[in-house]
Design a protein around this ligand. Sequence first.
Ligand code: GRF
Length: 215
Amino acid sequence: MKNIVILISGRGSNMEAMIAARDAGQLPVNIAAVIANRPDAKGLETAAAAGIATRCLDHKAFAGREAFDTALAACIDEFAPDLVVLAGFMRILTPDFVRHYEGRLLNIHPSLLPAFPGLHTHQRALDEGVRVHGCTVHFVTAELDHGPVVIQAAVPVLDDDTEDSLSARILKQEHRIYPQAVRWFAEGRLQLDGMKVRVQGEQAEPAALISPVLG
Ligand code: GRF
């Protein structure tokens, strides 16, 4: 079974969705550890309560980005992960860190990339008046919120949507597509071809188009 390490910064609801999928027998991975960069990350408690090893590396205790990322990689590698899963990990990563985990580092971003990289994606989508918004699981590259797309889910933007209502609708989809992407990885079904990800044995649509879910 593949080993995964999950990195969080806060609430950890995507991490919880993975724990739930694993417990339901839908995610055949060993969650070796959950690591946070903030001591107050709520998700650390959730992970510990689920019996998962937790670590906290407070980025404020490090002289700079390189020093933190070096220590973080050492902490991660103690658990010998096949895959590192960024789940609301609010840090810009150094190119060396990204290179070290090339092809085995996934992120979830709350927009239909390449639209709206960065922060405040839901408010920006509302401000731009887009009719469709969503979330993306992608392999991480050195460029922020960029990289080969594994799966996306789209939701309609409704006339009376607020940042909160839109983000809640999208979070539901995040909790659906992220465990799915990790499962594909764990099953050895993801093949990288430049910026394209091919899902082996997937009969329906290419992975990037698989889930335009309305509602
Ligand atoms: C999610 O919206 C994720 O897409 C973004 O940060 C948020 C994390 O939420 N990167 P949670 O900590 O998983 O609840």
